[in-house]
Write a protein that binds this ligand. Structure first.
Ligand SMILES: Cc1ncc(COP(=O)(O)O)c(C=O)c1O
Length: 418
């Protein structure tokens, strides 16, 4: 189809008529044609407080009256300073320094740059390669693609990607015992031991791999990864772009394991879905390696819009709402509803049910079983977009029980047809 606007992940030749958003309120998306849809996936997992939130709107307009943006090179401002302090205060103990950027992918790039340069700055050469997990997804920029599993997101570039090492994720889910995760831990140790002289970092999505199919694994694995990365001197990076800000039932997924990575990336819900922004946090040990009298040790990265004042202001307000309005309780309520409603799904098409926090995913035997599902869901008043053979809900935390029940009923109704 002829279109001046080029859409993401879309074969433009097959682009049909798209629904047009006109307004949003809470979990509702109001379309130009008069229909209202319940957003089941919070705009790619970012709009955690719902659309058009009065407090977030006010935070933005207040900041707008001061200034919208100023470069961060050579000048600073209160929203950036406050957000850095706030993030250090709420993330795992030891992450003491924050570098802002404009999207999750760039936040991951910054993390990888930090990790690679860390070793160089310490005078240790050759530690430039990366380890990650199969099914992982870390973004669409080149280095982020290199640490993501091969998928149709990156196929077109396979000849130019210098991939690192990919390890199997542990089996057995969240509750897996030390015995069950042992093969994955042993494989990690064998790799770290054999390649420690060339490895800069191990990057993973803690607890849940979202875009790669919502695979959930045990906190014990993160603890083992933490120990092994210390032992073999490889940095550990948690990509919490999707899992951060309550999605897995803890404020950050790292908390399930009570470990602090060397570097952590936040994005998406950081700015409550109002605008793109990301934060890469580092420990003092990592940060200190960049200090010196020599400019060549500095982190030579600086997106024009890093620490955008509007983004920082909306992020600060979003975090305040999360804390003041007891969102972790809301999220555990969402988890209970998803569990109850998923229990009532009895379909041969479903091979796995995966639930944690405000995430509920159903893996089907075959992606073709979801052909036509999006249109069906819209006809039923739901905005749901499967990823491959997985249909899932990841709603805003303000969703009411009846709305969530309705979303899952739409999925159940579809499953009775396939
Ligand atoms: C875990 C993870 N990392 C990084 C990204 C990339 O974020 P962005 O789309 O903001 O570049 C995503 C996006 O889905 C993600 O889920």
């Amino acid at each position: 189809m002829e279109s001046t606007l080029w859409y993401p992940y879309t074969q433009m030749k097959q682009l049909g008529e798209l629904p047009k958003m006109k307004g949003g309120q809470g979990v509702n998306m109001h379309l130009a044609d008069g229909r209202t849809l319940i957003d089941g996936i919070s705009s790619w997992w970012s709009v955690i407080h719902g659309y058009n939130h009065p407090k977030l709107n006010a935070a933005l307009t207040d900041q707008l009256e001061q200034f919208a943006h100023v470069m961060l090179g050579g000048i600073t401002h209160a929203p950036a300073l406050q957000l850095a302090d706030t993030l250090v205060g709420i993330t795992p103990e030891g992450l003491n320094h924050v570098f802002f950027s404009d999207s999750g992918s760039i936040g991951v790039e910054v993390a990888l740059k930090m990790a690679i340069q860390y070793w160089k700055n310490k005078g240790i050469h050759g530690k430039t390669r990366l380890v990650s997990l199969k099914n992982g997804y870390h973004g669409d920029t080149f280095k982020a693609m290199e640490v993501s599993d091969d998928s149709d997101f990156s196929h077109a570039f396979s000849e130019v990607l210098h991939r690192g090492y990919l390890l199997d994720i542990p089996t057995g889910g969240f509750e897996a015992s030390a015995n069950e995760i042992q093969p994955a831990v042993a494989a990690l140790e064998a790799l770290l031991k054999a390649k420690q002289n060339e490895l800069a970092a191990f990057i993973l999505e803690p607890i849940v791999q979202c875009a790669g199919g919502f695979h959930i694994y045990a906190p014990l694995y993160l603890q083992a990864a933490r120990e092994l990365c210390h032992k073999y001197e490889v940095l550990l990076i948690f990509d919490e772009v999707a899992t951060g800000f309550g999605r897995t039932g803890k404020l950050f997924a790292a908390e399930h394991a009570r470990v602090t990575p060397d570097i952590m990336v936040l994005g998406k819900a950081l700015t409550a879905g109002y605008m793109g922004h990301a934060a890469t946090l580092a420990t003092t040990e990592v940060y200190n390696s960049f200090l010196g009298d020599d400019r060549s040790k500095a982190l030579m990265h600086g997106p024009t819009f890093m620490a955008n004042a509007l983004a920082c202001s909306v992020a600060l307000k979003g975090i305040q709402i999360l804390e003041e309005e007891n969102y972790l309780e809301k999220i555990s309520g969402i988890e209970a509803i998803i569990r109850r409603e998923f229990d009532a799904i009895h379909s041969d098409a479903v091979t796995h049910k995966r639930i944690i926090g405000a995430i509920g995913a159903l893996e089907l035997k075959d992606a073709a079983m979801l052909n036509g599902f999006k249109a069906f869901a819209m006809d039923q008043g739901a905005w749901l977009r499967p990823i491959g053979n997985v249909v899932y809900v990841m709603p805003a935390y303000i969703i009411a029980e009846a709305e969530l029940v309705k979303l899952i009923a739409v999925i159940r109704a579809w499953l009775t047809r396939v």
